[in-house]
Design a protein. Structure first.
Length: 149
């Protein structure tokens, strides 16, 4: 079972209590792709990592989290890669809260994501094929689009 193209988009962004939840099988190909024993290099080259990043960037926060969680789980505990994926997931979660009109919660999640990036030494390095600075810049854009609650 091969995951869809990394630029794949679901029919809508899921917002708890506001839109219909996607069926679990929608993400099955991404989950199937990630299996025990994959190296960080393998994970960096996976469609799941690419799609999760792309979904986050496009504002599909819940979907990004769903696709990225198996990647996060497959990485070694305490590794820079695992911490970075955790930061991306928190950034994706911030998108969900922002789209739900929960600005304070979105700000808190952005701060948590920044803390993870700080933990691994910030930008200027490449982790899973990405410079964490890309995530920091994206978080700034999310925050700039927030309205007060």
């Amino acid at each position: 079972m091969k995951p869809p193209d990394p630029d794949w988009r679901p029919p809508h962004a899921y917002l708890p209590g506001q839109t219909a939840r996607h069926p679990e099988e929608l993400f099955a190909a991404f989950h199937y792709e990630i299996r025990p024993g994959l190296s960080p290099k393998d994970l960096a080259e996976s469609r799941s990592w690419a799609a999760g990043w792309s979904l986050m960037q496009a504002g599909y926060g819940w979907e990004a989290h769903e696709v990225l969680e198996p990647v996060w789980m497959a990485l070694p505990d305490g590794s820079a890669e695992k911490i970075f994926v955790q930061a991306v997931i928190q950034g994706a979660n911030a998108t969900v809260k922002a789209r739900m009109g929960r600005g304070k919660a979105a700000l808190r999640l952005c701060e948590i994501a920044r803390g993870h990036v700080s933990e691994i030494g910030g930008g200027g390095q490449v982790i899973l094929g990405r410079d964490p600075e890309e995530l920091l810049n994206w978080l700034e854009r999310v925050e700039a689009g927030l309205t007060s609650e």
